[in-house]
Design a protein around this ligand. Sequence first.
Ligand code: ADP
Ligand code: MG
Length: 153
Amino acid sequence: MSMCRKVVKQSQTEAIAAKLATLLKPGDVVCLSGDLGAGKTTFTKALGKAMGIRENITSPTFNLVQEYEGDMPLYHFDVYRLLKPSEFRDLGAEEYFSGAGVCVIEWANLVKEYLPERHLWIEIKWLDARRREICITPSETFGNALVKELGIT
Ligand code: ADP
Ligand code: MG
């Protein structure tokens, strides 16, 4: 089951992320994919804020992963600069997946072979300067309950 919604402004992208934050549990892995400027970091910032993170969330540049303390930890990955996908595995991604927090992975499409089977896939498509299409697809083992509850369509 895939749920898509066209958003016409940034605040709607942020509202979806904020609602998602209320539904996520420790160990959940959120995979973000979409071109540069699609809104992956924008989405992550709003998600983190709604998770009670006070720190400003920026794209992890030097580190591939940045940890934030909120109501539960947020492990924010950006794998755009990886030279090869296996670096993602080598940095110990598995331990984050089974950690006490939520993982968000920007550019998850680049490390597909190293993602856990149980994940939420969020694709953000650029339509024009303001509009995006956001599609949310849970993996089979993730199940449809969260996406139904999110009710973005
Ligand atoms: P990415 O992390 O995918 O490269 P960013 O979140 O850094 O993208 O950048 C997205 C840019 O698009 C931001 O400057 C944001 O203000 C802008 N933007 C405009 N409209 C939207 C929208 N509807 N949803 C998300 N971002 C939007
Ligand atoms: Mg980004």
